[in-house]
Design a protein around this ligand. Sequence first.
Ligand SMILES: Nc1ncnc2c1ncn2[C@@H]1O[C@H](COP(=O)(O)OP(=O)(O)OP(=O)(O)O)[C@@H](O)[C@H]1O
Ligand SMILES: [Mg+2]
Length: 239
Amino acid sequence: MNNIAVQCKGVAKTYGSGDTQVRALRGIDLEVKTGELMMLVGPSGSGKTTLISIIAGVLERDEGECMVFGHDFKNMNHREKAMFRGQNIGFVFQMFNLIPTLSAAENIAAPLLINGVKWRDALERAREVLSRVGMGDRTRSLPSELSGGQQQRVAIARAIVHNPKFIVCDEPTSALDHETGHKVMELLHDVVVGVDRALVVVTHDSRIFEFAHRIAKMDDGHIISVSDVRDFRLNEKLN
Ligand SMILES: Nc1ncnc2c1ncn2[C@@H]1O[C@H](COP(=O)(O)OP(=O)(O)OP(=O)(O)O)[C@@H](O)[C@H]1O
Ligand SMILES: [Mg+2]
């Protein structure tokens, strides 16, 4: 079987026009294999969020090719995209994007509805996943009643509740202490590794590099290197 989860070739994206134009991606080639946990690092503004948003079908590319498990979002209409994402993709947003009027459990249950799960079952599943991220006692809390780290764990629970084949996380441990961050990475790692799934994690957090299989480094809209974790650490020390 084909073991490629994500394949991007020459992906380019420009925001705005005229004087305010920003060339966020300038020709990205990237391959993520099934069973792989790839981390994406690079300075602020280098294009990390833009790239994962395009891969996850949240944002449209201007140029290039990008396939996720053999599917191209460009060939789907709005409804097909929503269905594909709802079944196959989990996204942890940099700013969490929780719905403020829904409780923690309801935030997680809501995306299951698109897959035809009944509300009562969806809430049950939501509570289970909340327990797995150590939030079992806060299922009824609104996002505004939770700390940043707690909101982040709700966002992570929402991204894995439907057992997606492909998960993208934008700085999933930025608001977590070392121990909680470690637990969350173990959980994400267990969800994807060894099966027909893949995970891409954007991070600045060197404490979680050990969970990566490979680390891709971005700068100014380009991927400037892709290395195994051990080589990456060595290079960082040398630079
Ligand atoms: N909606 C937008 N409109 C205009 N410019 C944008 C938009 N989103 C991002 N950009 C610009 O595109 C470039 C890449 O942004 P992106 O958010 O992908 O960077 P990033 O690597 O995720 O940065 P950070 O580490 O700060 O999250 C930046 O120069 C940014 O200002
Ligand atoms: Mg970003």
